[in-house]
Design a protein around this ligand. Structure first.
Ligand code: UDP
Length: 430
């Protein structure tokens, strides 16, 4: 009912060149204090989507800091589980509808059996980081042992949730010692004051294949192998095919922009990998229809048809594109926005959720609320190389300062320390 994932090791020293010295030293110091603790990160999919992306880097980073850190992914036994949790995700992001008794039974029943399995196998840790709503009931079904700290991290956009599901699920947060949200605006109003809340926006790993510098000729070669003409301008959105990412609006914006920028091409890259997202194929089909066979709209869904690994392809497409988009209408925090900005590219984001925190409008990117506005910004950026370069440079520096993985690791460990404090020596100067 659950698996332990192995990730290749990394060295903390490799992160230091990207970090302000204060942050780097603080992280090393706190890690040294917490070195005798065992930490688990738990989520619902091994690959695909932002949380899997963060954890595959956070876990080796924890180990490289000297903290025994493990990654657990659940394998629920009911076929309908991910259908239900995707519905929960959509409802929490504001979709209409409600959960049936049967759906709630599937959700709670699966997590109960996962918890039973964990108990019978004696899974233990000092600090449990439980990610996203899929696993929220775990703390209720696997009551914590003396000395354990349980932290629930919610990565989704709760700006306008469907209240029926919020009311059904939020009482489960009370079984945790600490809650973490990506933004203050997402914290539900009537959570109560029993469980402390930390705001910690997610971050990207500058050392992964997806984010390390890639030479333009190498990137162009890969992109040509995907059928894209590298002699003509390219704009791209990298995203799961999902209703909240508005792939249809991206196509509409492309069509308007193309009237002013002849030869423009669009790539939509949603290489399906997330086992906890069963809706991708259906959304993809509607996007294919919306594209209407336009040879300059390139749609990618199947990772097996790519000329290289998904991470390399994402990197290459981001490097080759003149402008990147993330035209979401809901977005807890768009890792793709940060990944694009880290490559020094201008990113046009939907004026929604976490993207508002990631992009300083007009300085490190643009925020838009309609396909027309998106098209206008596209044309401006495609016509004005100096503007693109200025925005791209500001974007990269803002990611370096605020959204690289060690900052997130520091946030997580700092808040965990407030709970395990009694069992570790205090840091001098604190
Ligand atoms: N991603 C990918 N291949 C794709 C589409 C997305 O590797 O074809 C990655 C993307 O690079 C990012 C993550 O999946 O690291 C998506 O995270 P984000 O926070 O943007 O959105 P989520 O999928 O979590 O809603």
């Amino acid at each position: 009912m659950y698996s332990r994932l192995e990730h290749p090791p990394v060295s903390y020293e490799d992160y230091r060149p990207f970090l302000d010295p204060g942050l780097a030293d603080q992280l090393a110091a706190i890690a040294q204090e917490m070195g005798q603790l065992r930490v688990l990160h738990l989520n619902s999919t091994a690959t695909g989507g932002g949380v899997a992306e963060i954890l595959q880097s956070m876990v080796p980073l924890g180990n490289s800091l000297g903290i025994e850190t493990e990654r657990i992914v659940i394998n629920p036994d009911a076929a309908m589980f991910f259908q239900v949790t995707k519905k929960i995700h959509n409802l929490l992001q504001g979709a209409e509808g409600e959960l049936s008794t049967e759906e709630l039974d599937t959700y709670f029943g699966c997590i109960q059996r996962v918890a039973d399995d964990m108990r019978s196998k004696g899974l233990t840790a000092d600090v449990w980081f439980v990610h996203d709503p899929q696993l929220l009931p775990l703390a209720r079904f696997l009551p914590k042992k003396e000395g354990e700290t349980w932290i629930w991290i919610c990565h989704i956009d709760l700006t306008t949730p469907n209240m029926s599901v919020l009311d059904a699920l939020m009482p489960l947060t009370q079984d945790y010692d600490q809650l973490i949200f990506s933004q203050a605006a997402y914290v539900p109003q009537d959570l109560g004051d029993k469980v402390p809340v930390l705001i910690a926006p997610p971050a990207i790993d500058p050392l992964t294949i997806k984010n390390i510098p890639m030479d333009l000729p190498q990137a162009q070669k890969m992109v040509r192998a995907m059928g894209i003409d590298t002699d003509r301008p390219l704009i791209t959105q990298v995203s799961r095919f999902d209703q909240w990412k508005d792939p249809w609006g991206v196509i509409d914006a492309f069509r308007i922009a193309k009237e002013s920028v002849p030869g423009l091409q669009l790539a939509l890259l949603g290489l399906s990998q997330a086992t906890d997202d069963p809706e991708g194929a259906a959304v993809f089909k509607t996007v294919v229809d919306h594209a209407g066979g336009d040879p300059d709209i390139h749609l990618y869904f199947d990772p097996l048809e790519m000329p290289a690994s998904v991470d390399e392809v994402v990197n290459a497409v981001q490097v080759v594109s003149q402008v990147l988009m993330q035209k979401s209408t809901r977005e807890g925090f768009g890792l793709t926005v940060t990944e694009g900005m880290w490559k020094g590219k201008p990113v046009i984001g939907g004026d929604a959720g976490g993207i508002r925190v990631q992009i300083d409008d007009g300085v490190s990117g643009f925020l838009v609320s309609s396909p027309e506005e998106c098209a206008q910004r596209l044309v401006e950026l495609l016509r004005d190389e100096a503007l693109s370069a200025r925005i791209g440079e500001a974007a990269k520096e803002s990611v370096r300062q605020r959204f690289l993985l060690p900052r997130l690791a520091l946030d997580y460990l700092t808040v965990a320390r407030t709970h395990v404090n009694g069992r570790i020596p205090a840091v001098s100067g604190d």
